[in-house]
Design a protein around this ligand. Sequence first.
Ligand code: NAD
Ligand code: ZN
Length: 274
Amino acid sequence: MDSLIERAATDLLKSNYAIALTGAGMSTESGIPDFRGPNGIWTKNPEAERRAYETYHNFLRNPKGYWEDVLSGRSMLGDLMSARPNPGHEALFELEKLGILKAVLTQNIDGLHVKAGNKRVLEYHGSVMKLRCPSCGTRYQREEYDLQGLMREDKLPPRCNRCSSPIKGDVVHFNEPIPSDVAEESLEEAMKCDLMLICGTSAVVYPFAQLPRVARQRRFEEVPSMKSTTVIIEVNAEPTPLTAEGISDYLIQGRTAEILPLIAEAAKKAASSQ
Ligand code: NAD
Ligand code: ZN
């Protein structure tokens, strides 16, 4: 494993535009379960997965009922609002501070990359810390609305300050389109990066799972101005479809909260001796 960590640090230092792609395996060590790992929510409770497919439809049909469910129920992922970043998140912030990592594209909805300090974070599936108007796309910090107060006064659903449409949580549900701003920016990042560090995702949820494949595609295209091809590194507890399909160049198998700090430390050491 040590040699793979050195290799990742060297690849990161050589890169011109490195980005990270992250998934639920980044946050399990902040106490948030994943979906499809051995102890995942869907693995243990397939019925919960079926119900999750109905949430977006419920919002469209009855936004008031959607909000009553949201505000009275407990999140399946536990108390996401008070979760704290772990050493894996901190390592990605460290790599950004070193000027190596240019963006974090995450499927996670827990807001932990933002809490860790990273400046450019594209939250592909939204964030529990925000609300969003599906009509005009405006996002709000959750605390801009007194949701419990609106429920007490029977004034749900909350409405957009800009266009008056009912607003929902920013989190993207099954069957809901990915907001176009974040979808477009993420695709641009995947097309221009020359290194992709993929951390803790089973890479089976589309269209996010398309992004590593877009980056890999560059290997097969003739781009004369490009000096090198895109390097794709995976950090995961187990091999994934990206490993099996040869999308990633190599897998560093283990815990994100252990491996990412080792990579960041090795990169920092190598950068200071250059
Ligand atoms: P996933 O559950 O499908 O896969 C997680 C992967 O990470 C698995 O391969 C698992 O083996 C690995 N893993 C788990 N813990 C790890 C650790 N400590 N170190 C290294 N690897 C570890 O998750 P996904 O691919 O992100 O897809 C799930 C979808 O559900 C996402 O789109 C996301 O929106 C949502 N989700 C979000 C959160 C969150 O915000 N923290 C949590 C669960 C699900
Ligand atoms: Zn609006």
